[in-house]
Ligand binder design. Structure first.
Ligand code: DHB
Length: 388
């Protein structure tokens, strides 16, 4: 009896090993390093929701391999981002990492990915220089100069002769205000002062009072999206909108995730950005509907779209390499990639690995009882104007 069992056991084992190449499905792991706690947590929540939605709608099989997403919370601290990147690469053997809310978090992984030759797909961070810091960075989000130049042109064309800028004092803020100043002054305007508020302490009232006292025609603003609610409340409380100062900015300040919470005082406010939940395309309508269904109470913003498109870029790359997970081949496969996103068409510039896309000029309006950024003009297929 025992012997028969053993024999059966061996037969079973033999059958299993014969079937192994088919049965043992190879798994390809992708790391997603998001900021899920702390002041920037809204960013991670969107990114994870976007990436998961992409997988839910497109399945988890690519080129015959099963995709597994490993999510890590970096709490917004660069050392933790770097440690997660190292562990994902060394212990989990991921084929790629992705995520990165704040610019310093992306910069922290540059040496790690360069040494390991593993691609890192940037889903949010927007400082121009990032993609130059490693040949393994590929960006599907945006750059601040790419967004700031179109609004500088728009406000100059719409009668502003003087402006003040106020931004968060770190990479993307500096990029945003420098690009704004460059184009606004090229168009004959004058930037009276470039104000910078500390990133860690979202207390803007002294800076806003200074901006008000300078009596500019326009005030240009940038803060990372999760800080938009607190900035805009202070803009309203300080009476800048009533003071006849035309408040403009990149779309980070009227982020779709926060806009309803900011309230009707910002009706009519004009910003430039690559994504609006109100973007009028069949693909975006479906994306917004599915996103809301999967995440009750949430509305997608540009960070959610970054998560969604970042997964798409990885899927497409793995499809192109026919399942080969070599990091250098995956980056090569992403260069020059072009696809429709909920935002519109985007292309990964093969020379810079940075995103080229339409930038929309939008105005806050009420639609079906909710505030939206309604697109009314577009600058087609904009490259980062600084690091071309
Ligand atoms: C960055 C972060 C954001 O949340 C944002 O809206 C724009 C830029 C950044 O740190 O690069």
């Amino acid at each position: 009896m025992l012997r028969r069992h053993l024999l059966l056991g061996f037969a079973g084992l033999a059958a299993m090993s014969a079937a192994a190449p088919v049965a043992a499905q190879e798994t390809v792991k992708v790391g997603l390093i998001a900021t899920l706690t702390g002041p920037q947590a809204a960013s991670g929540r969107q990114k994870v929701a976007g990436a998961k939605l992409y997988m839910a709608l497109n399945g988890n099989m690519v080129a015959g391999k099963k995709i597994e997403l490993i999510i890590k919370d970096d709490t917004g601290v660069a050392d933790i981002t770097r440690r997660h990147a190292q562990e994902l690469i060394v212990n989990d053997k991921v084929a790629a990492i992705s995520g990165f809310s704040l610019t310093p978090l992306a910069l922290a992984v540059a040496p790690v990915i360069t040494q390991a030759k593993i691609p890192a797909i940037i889903m949010t961070a927007g400082t121009s220089i990032i993609t130059e810091r490693s040949p393994y960075f590929v960006r599907v989000s945006f750059t601040l100069p790419q967004q700031s130049v179109p609004i500088a042109e728009w406000i100059a064309k719409n009668g502003a002769k003087t402006a003040v800028s106020l931004v968060s004092d770190y990479g993307p803020g500096i990029d945003a205000q420098d690009a704004f100043k460059m184009r606004f002054e090229e168009k004959g305007g004058k930037v009276l002062e470039q104000l910078k508020a500390p990133l860690a302490n979202p207390e803007f009232s002294a800076f806003l009072q200074r901006a008000k006292d300078l009596k500019p025609d326009a005030l240009f603003l940038f803060v990372p999206a999760p800080t938009a609610g607190s900035l805009m409340k202070q803009v309203i409380d300080r009476g800048l909108i009533e003071a006849n100062i035309k408040v403009v900015g990149t779309g980070d300040i009227t982020d779709d995730d926060q806009l309803n919470g900011i309230g009707d005082s910002v009706l009519g406010l004009v910003t430039s950005h690559f994504y609006s939940a109100a973007h009028d395309s069949p693909m975006n309508k479906k994306f917004v509907e599915e996103f809301k269904k999967a995440n009750p109470g949430m509305r997608p913003n540009f960070i959610g779209v970054g998560g969604y498109d970042g997964m798409h870029a990885f899927y497409q790359a793995l499809e192109k390499t026919k399942g080969d997970t070599d990091g250098t081949k995956l980056v090569e496969a992403m260069k020059g990639m072009s696809f429709e996103s909920p935002r519109g068409m985007l292309t990964i510039d093969p020379a810079t690995r940075d995103v080229v896309q339409d930038v929309y000029i939008r105005k806050v309006e009420k639609k079906d009882g909710e505030l939206y950024n309604i697109e009314f003009d577009v600058v087609k297929q904009v490259k980062d104007p600084i690091h071309k």
